[in-house]
Design a protein around this ligand. Structure first.
Ligand SMILES: Cc1cc2nc3c(=O)[nH]c(=O)nc-3n(C[C@H](O)[C@H](O)[C@H](O)COP(=O)(O)O)c2cc1C
Length: 220
């Protein structure tokens, strides 16, 4: 049983109050908004010549960081590449098919995971000492870092769409090369890339099929 301090108890009741209030007052997303996030949202292959401001990247992170991760581990690390110099640095790591799509994007995001994420558990999960659970089990450490950074990358894409941006996710690149160029001297590894910008509709392909509910879901 966890013993909470008075300060923590106060923070718990405040959080409960905030959550109840937001659920009472909030409207559900309408169909158009759901289409922007998922229903009609598309992966991008080309981009309009329109800058993505640093401000929108800050806003993007502020919401992305609130997505849930196990033991609040927040293992994802994000590098937003905007400069031509850094784009040239990542270029040799890209599969040929992905070069144009990436190099014309206003932003190439590297979504990485920090294998030393548990060094921060004192800040992120202060009411329980969970760091040894990760430090003592490298399989669990990797699975937690990889799983949760993938989730955080997905949160980033959904938030980006909610903020009016478009996304071009990519795993067709040489991870070792990206790690060497961008994360040397750290224990951070690249997971996937996500180009961000304002999509060029003329570069969109036909929509690929998805599974129907009965093909992949069960209610038991
Ligand atoms: C993790 C991940 C990796 C991907 N890698 C690539 C890639 O290397 N190159 C590419 O052109 N598209 C890549 N895609 C895009 C997918 O092909 C695309 O999201 C999928 O076909 C669905 O397209 P839609 O969102 O337009 O329906 C990737 C998507 C994800 C989520």
């Amino acid at each position: 049983m966890i013993e909470f301090s008075e300060e923590q108890k106060l923070a718990i009741s405040k959080a409960q109050e905030t959550f109840s209030k937001i659920k009472e007052d909030a409207d559900l997303l309408n169909d158009k908004q759901l289409d922007l996030l998922f229903g009609q949202a598309r992966s991008m292959n080309g981009w309009k010549d329109q800058d993505v401001s640093n401000e929108i990247l800050y806003s993007l992170y502020e919401l992305t960081k609130m997505g849930p991760t196990s033991t609040n581990s927040c293992p994802a690390r994000f590098v937003f590449i905007k400069s031509d110099e850094m784009k040239e640095k990542i270029k040799p790591a890209l599969l040929p098919n992905n070069v144009d799509k990436c190099m014309t994007a206003p932003v190439i995001t590297i979504i990485g995971y920090d294998l030393d994420f548990s060094d921060h558990m004192g800040k992120l999960f202060p009411h329980m000492d969970v760091a040894p659970m990760y430090k003592g089990n490298s399989d669990m450490n990797f699975a937690t870092a990889f799983r949760n950074s993938s989730l955080q990358g997905a949160y980033l894409m959904v938030v980006a769409r909610a903020l009016g941006l478009d996304c071009g996710p990519m795993s067709g690149f040489n991870n070792e090369l990206v790690d060497e160029q961008f994360f040397s001297g750290t224990n951070i590894k690249s997971n996937f890339l996500c180009c961000l910008g304002y999509g060029d509709p003329s570069k969109i392909f036909f929509r690929l099929p998805r599974f129907d509910f009965d093909e992949v879901c069960k209610i038991v």
